[in-house]
Ligand binder design. Structure first.
Ligand code: NAD
Length: 306
């Protein structure tokens, strides 16, 4: 393998450590403990793991964690009432409703109901608008989505200044593709966004100094699409069968996680590359904690402790 691995696990641990120190300082100086509320509707197994991990990480940095588990048949009205209750709760500085929500609930209506000041997922139209207008620091700045923030931090950790780099984002979702493109623009990259209708995706990828793959298709970006020496940030998390690992207790093939990039081949050409797992994934929770700290400081009109 020619590429240097970008160790998201290590970088995320360092960020969580720094956040923990700032939470202690905030408590000492202002008697303020940031609080994050996570709401889960239904029993989706993957969502339960995510919510549990978020709770553990929140407590580890010294913040308050509030968890609400609602049954799968919860009506939209009941969920919106819970969100409004959390909007009004002064101990709660960040609110995250775990998606997907059951089909009787509109995800967009939930997003629209969360107070933009507590929207630590960065999905509210006000935060999306602030991000699009490049308002990223200071009072009233965007709370930016967590996975995109983490992705850009990893590119910066690998390359330093990203000014002038051609960054290609494959994927245009509101959760990942569009916000990561906005953040890369704010880093002075020349940004292209590719999607399912893009022509000559392989050729476009070969021109990218920074390639961010956020598609959700296992190993779709082939190794020879990667520009030699470039930085590859693989956001994808896909569970696939791994017959080489044998069978599970139920006699089914065991599984493994892979990204949207054919890692082994891409790593022959790239200069830097994120692994899956252990790349972007751990950064998402660290950035969620960062957003919660930022939100708490802003709600109390406190300058964020650096
Ligand atoms: P999404 O399904 O909402 O969006 C996928 C995007 O890929 C779409 O914009 C679509 O246009 C594009 N696309 C689909 N097929 C394509 C093709 N053949 N060529 C080019 N583009 C194509 O997914 P998402 O929510 O943006 O997530 C993307 C991936 O990132 C998923 O694997 C998801 O699991 C992962 N993810 C990881 C984290 C994390 O913490 N690491 C967080 C969120 C999402």
């Amino acid at each position: 393998m020619a590429a240097t691995l970008i160790d998201g696990k290590k970088i995320a641990a360092e960020l969580r450590g720094a956040i923990g120190a700032r939470v202690s300082a905030l408590q000492a100086a202002h008697n303020l403990t940031p609080g994050l509320a996570v709401v889960l509707v239904g029993e989706d197994a993957a969502s339960q793991v995510y919510v549990r991990n978020k709770g553990i990480a929140t407590r580890e940095v010294g913040m308050q964690s509030f968890e609400y588990r609602l049954p799968a048949d919860t009506s939209q009205r009941v969920l919106l009432d819970k969100v409004n209750e959390l909007n009004d709760d002064s101990a709660v500085h960040g609110i995250l409703v775990q998606f997907p929500v059951p089909e009787q609930i509109s995800q967009q209506t939930v997003i629209d109901t969360i107070s933009p000041d507590k929207d630590v997922d960065g999905l509210h139209p006000i935060n999306a608008g602030r991000l699009a207008s490049g308002h990223l620091t200071g009072p009233g700045a965007a709370l930016a989505p967590c996975t995109p923030q983490g992705s850009v931090m990893l590119a910066r950790a690998a390359l330093g200044d990203l000014t002038g780099a051609h960054a290609l984002v494959v994927g245009r979702s509101n959760l990942v593709g569009k916000p990561v493109a906005q953040l890369l623009l704010a880093e002075n990259c020349t940004v292209s966004i590719a999607h399912s209708r893009t022509r000559d995706l392989a050729g476009l990828c070969r021109s990218a100094d920074v390639l961010v793959a956020a598609v959700g298709i296992p190993e779709m970006v082939k190794g020879d699409w990667v520009k030699p020496g470039s930085c590859v940030i693989d956001v994808g998390i896909n569970r696939v069968e791994a017959p080489e690992k044998g069978l599970d207790d139920a006699g089914r093939p065991k599984t493994k996680l892979v990204g949207d990039v054919a890692f082994d081949d891409a790593a022959q050409l790239a200069g830097h590359i994120t692994p899956v797992p252990g790349g972007v994934g751990p950064m998402t929770i660290a950035c969620l904690l960062q957003n919660t700290l930022t939100a708490a400081c802003r709600q109390h009109d406190i300058d964020e402790i650096a």
